[in-house]
Write a protein that binds this ligand. Structure first.
Ligand SMILES: O=c1ccn([C@@H]2O[C@H](COP(=O)(O)OP(=O)(O)O[C@H]3O[C@H](CO)[C@H](O)[C@H](O)[C@H]3O)[C@@H](O)[C@H]2O)c(=O)[nH]1
Length: 313
């Protein structure tokens, strides 16, 4: 069975590709290298440079490589940028996914794993969300992912494909420095950069209704994300899969705690700058992980501190 990983040269995609390489699964990475890095792919013959908007090329590759499963990761992922560039997010995250599903269903792809996000939930009462919670995304990013999920669910319910939407919470950690997250979109890489450059890390709002007044998130290790994909792809059991699954640890960590962990491990004193709230940020977003355990038998191996530790080698 051949898997195509869109966004395979990205931070998450390359961790999946590297684990597939080690475990002997057949895969190809399809990436336009806009943010992906070819150096992350150890077997360069497995990298195909192409854009998810290029339907003709994508269809040709799916047929040529006899792809029967797609892991669709290629996307735009910044809450902040999605507010400034809503059309780009709509086209990349929603419209392209819709077209890829059409191509897949017409060309013998039977299995589809979609990278969705906890941002589909938006603000919830307790901050702990299960897959059955209503979806009220409060960012354009979350809206575009929710719409893409719903197209996949409709393909699944019409029997056109088997698949699942994986709602990642906040992905951190690394298997090696070669696979590190190069983006400057998210909290952990931003705090690491600030610490290394002896700058003040920035807190977006310290007036949230949480224990230390900063936002709480569920930080899940990218190595666990890769293990989950390996499990799903080795033993793909479409009928057993729910339409969506939370991929988190079930443990909440605040923005301030993230900063304290990084600064204390680096032997630096923390003196953050407090900025106003960023639009589109729920106060607390932590995964209920019962379904992941019950349906897939999957438990995460890496806790928050070991993920942070992996970033400092
Ligand atoms: O310099 C920074 C950067 C972020 N934050 C805060 O840190 C928290 C986490 O922000 P991130 O941008 O790292 O992550 P998000 O929770 O906004 O979103 C991330 O997690 C989502 C799931 O929850 C998706 O996976 C998404 O792709 C990914 O960007 C937020 O409260 C944000 O306001 C800061 O205080 N300072």
């Amino acid at each position: 069975m051949n898997w195509l990983i869109t966004g395979g040269a990205g931070y998450i995609g390359s961790h999946i590709a590297e684990l597939f390489q080690q475990e002997g699964l057949n895969y190809y990475c399809y990436d336009n290298l806009s943010t992906g890095d070819p150096a992350r792919i150890s077997d360069s013959e497995r990298l195909i440079i192409g854009d998810i908007h290029d339907e003709v090329k994508l269809e040709r590759i799916i047929n040529k490589m006899e792809v029967s499963g797609v892991i669709h990761l290629a996307a735009k992922k910044s809450v902040e940028e999605s507010r400034e560039k809503p059309i780009l997010y709509e086209k990349t995250n929603f419209e392209a996914t819709e077209r890829i599903l059409d191509i897949c269903s017409r060309n013998g792809v039977s299995q589809f794993i979609f990278s969705s996000t906890a941002a589909v939930y938006g603000e919830s009462k307790s901050g702990f969300v299960s897959e059955d919670a209503e979806l009220h995304p409060i960012s354009t990013y979350g809206v575009t992912k929710m719409k893409a999920e719903s197209v996949l669910t409709s393909y699944i319910s019409r029997g056109l494909i088997q698949g699942v939407s994986l709602r990642y919470f906040n992905v951190i950690g690394q298997a090696s420095a070669a696979l590190k997250d190069n983006s400057s979109d998210n909290l952990v890489p931003r705090v690491l950069t600030a610490a290394r450059q002896h700058l003040k890390p920035q807190i977006y709002g310290n007036d949230y209704p949480t224990s230390d007044r900063t936002c709480i998130r569920d930080y899940v290790d990218v190595r666990d994300i890769a293990r989950l994909h390996l499990r799903l792809c080795r033993d793909f059991d479409g009928p057993k899969l729910p339409p969506a699954l939370n991929v988190g640890t079930g443990v909440g960590v605040s923005v301030l705690e993230v900063m304290q962990s990084i600064y204390s491990r680096m032997g630096l004193s923390l003196n953050p700058e407090v900025l106003p709230r960023r639009q589109g940020d729920p106060a607390t977003l932590v995964a209920e992980i019962g379904k992941l355990k019950e349906k897939i038998g999957f438990v995460t191996k890496f806790d928050f501190e070991s993920s942070i530790e992996s970033l400092l080698h």
